[in-house]
Design a protein around this ligand. Structure first.
Ligand code: ATP
Ligand code: MG
Length: 571
């Protein structure tokens, strides 16, 4: 794990700014907000913003608002509004009574737009979109003034009111701020404040057919709510002069300040709602909560606890420099979070039958397995041993190298919580595939304890044939096959064809039928897994949350493949 970018425990430049503002009396309290646009599900990048905004408010005894930036009715849906609230709560944050919508302020925003018109700071422009784009100029050339820039206040007021009244179809005209077409900052070249959009809004219905742009709605909503520190990602840095210009030219009730931090980027992941929407719409994934998605809903379904995401965000820290975090850091944090709490169970992903020849036919024995090696209070559970059990196919090798401390003819291993067994021979089918192992056990090694001090190097997990439950287990690998998806063109071309591997013949111990959906447990030696909502009592389904070791990093350089769990990995 790389050193966090925070300067010292829990501090970063945003927190330093806030502390300084409080110390100097520039702010009496701290009010922040998290302002999602409800046009998709939240992803892990949003988690960084949520943890920062809500975290800062908590630490400084302030409040954080959840505000839906619902200014584009064409793309916004109630499903997204509900999902966002669910996900923020799941992440562990509470906005209390401070749930707001930019649409709550439409009337006030409209009044302020008229104020700009009346003070000569805004005008209605009929220039067609195409021409408007070319008049905007470039980074090196100034823009040109629109011929409509010199309309009188009366004419502008009349036209703007008629825009609102629905007299014009979409795209006929817009309301623009009158700032400076020669500004070095493109955002100040008479930015659009209102556009015509005949669309039904999820909250305001058909009350409006003109909608404010992000730039016009955002800062003014901050001001209405008394936001003291409007914290956003770096792509809004160039918008700050406009943010401040609007606050200066309007009779707003407070003067919020905007601060920018670097957005979260993670290797092999895409954190862009536009791309995530395409993945869902084009059915590259099963939905927004597909466990391969970087959405909070997907990550939760994969079995990752909210605490792991909060800890990940804390470790990454808050900085002003853009960077890409290694996906292995996320996996490591998930392991670190789950290891102390997740109960241990046994499951065999790719079963191979093992018959103990000197065990009496028809006889079974109940043994005890501990639920957590470091936490006696987690208790024990009974497991059933017998003449036939199943082990992992990978735990047998016919011509094994010396260091293969698992099953091979003549080698002895410990079966976890059970007995020492020695492999006598392997039974093969007509094609030469090993289908069964014949073994003997040492009755004196009950509980897996050495009877005479002799050592075995390997301890294998297993499930008993008498009560094993058949299950489907879904293994997930990164959705994209390269660390910088889309760097060479179409991001969809970089989808990892091996992002999902479904194993249908898995065998799990019966206690796993009680595993709550979404709550990860450790399958000994195999990783962390959680029950999926697709499962039924007859056909349980488990998701791999994360393997025990970072096998992806090792293989990803060479080729994209379904990362195999390290066979001798231990938790
Ligand atoms: P897109 O993913 O298409 O860029 P968006 O994530 O910006 O869209 P919003 O709903 O506007 O969509 O985001 C809400 C807030 O979350 C914004 O304040 C934004 O700065 C923040 N945010 C978005 N992505 C990230 C990220 N990767 N890291 C940190 N914060 C983010
Ligand atoms: Mg955005």
């Amino acid at each position: 794990m790389a050193e966090p970018e925070t300067t010292d425990a829990g501090r970063d430049f945003i927190r330093d700014i806030i502390q300084a503002d409080l110390d100097a009396g520039r702010a009496q309290s701290v009010v922040t907000r998290f302002p999602p646009e409800p046009n998709g599900y939240l992803h892990i990048g949003h988690a960084k913003s949520i943890c920062l905004n809500f975290g800062v408010a908590q630490e400084f005894g302030g409040q954080c608002h959840l505000r839906f930036d619902d200014t584009n009715p064409v793309k916004e849906e109630q499903e997204f509004i509900d999902a966002i609230q669910r996900d923020v709560r799941w992440l562990g944050f509470d906005w209390g009574e401070h749930l707001y919508h930019a649409s709550d302020y439409f009337e006030q925003l409209y009044d302020w737009a008229e104020h700009l018109v009346r003070t000569g700071h805004a005008y209605v422009d009929d220039t067609p979109p195409e021409a408007m784009r070319s008049q905007r100029g470039t980074l090196t050339e100034p823009g040109q003034n629109s011929p409509f820039r010199y309309r009188s206040v009366e004419e502008n007021l009349d036209l703007f009111r008629r825009m609102r009244a629905g007299e014009y179809p979409n795209g006929t005209c817009v309301l623009r701020a009158k700032i400076d077409m020669a500004s070095g900052n493109m955002n100040l070249r008479d930015p659009v404040l209102y556009r015509i959009l005949h669309a039904t809004h999820p909250r305001t219905g058909d009350a409006w057919c003109i909608y404010p742009t992000y730039d016009f709605a955002h800062g003014q909503s901050d001001a209405i709510e008394g936001i003291t520190h409007s914290v956003c990602t770096l792509e809004f840095e160039d918008h700050k002069p406009l943010y401040d210009w609007l606050i200066e030219h309007l009779p707003v009730p407070s003067r919020p300040r905007q601060y920018e931090f670097a957005r979260l980027n993670i290797g092999f992941m895409v954190l862009s709602k536009r791309v995530l929407t395409r993945l869902v719409q084009d059915k590259h994934v099963t939905g927004w909560d597909d466990p391969r998605m970087p959405t909070l809903a997907g990550i939760r379904r994969r079995g990752v606890p909210a605490a792991a995401l909060r800890e990940f965000v804390r470790r990454v820290g808050v900085a002003r420099a853009n960077s890409v975090v290694d996906i292995a850091q996320l996996d490591a944090t998930i392991r670190d979070t789950l290891n102390p709490s997740a109960v241990r169970r046994m499951a065999v992903l790719r079963p191979l039958k093992l018959v103990i020849e000197n065990w009496p036919e028809g006889h079974t024995e109940t043994l005890e397995a501990i639920n957590h090696p470091d936490d006696p209070s987690a208790g024990k559970r009974p497991i059933t041993f017998g003449r036939e059990i199943y082990v992992e196919q990978d735990d047998f090798m016919e011509d094994a190298p010396k260091k293969f401390f698992r099953l091979s003819p003549g080698r002895e291993v410990r079966l976890r919580y059970a007995y020492f067994v020695t492999c006598q021979s392997a039974v093969k089918d007509a094609s030469g595939r090993v289908v069964e192992l014949r073994c003997t056990y040492d009755p004196a090694s009950r509980g897996g304890n050495s009877p005479d001090g002799r050592k075995v190097q390997g301890t294998l997990h297993w499930v008993g044939a008498s009560d094993a439950v058949r299950a489907e287990i879904r293994l997930y690998n990164p959705l994209f096959g390269r660390p910088d998806p889309g760097a060479n063109g179409d991001v969809m071309a970089d989808l990892n064809p091996a992002s999902l591997e479904v194993l249908t013949g898995c065998l799990i111990e019966p206690a796993l039928l009680q595993a709550p959906v979404g709550e990860a447990v450790q399958f000994e030696r195999m990783g962390y897994f959680c029950a999926d909502s697709d499962g039924t009592p007859d056909r349980p389904v488990f998701n791999r949350t994360v393997g025990l070791r970072d096998t992806w990093a090792k293989v990803s350089g060479a080729k994209v493949l379904g990362a195999k769990v390290s066979p001798d990995g231990r938790g």
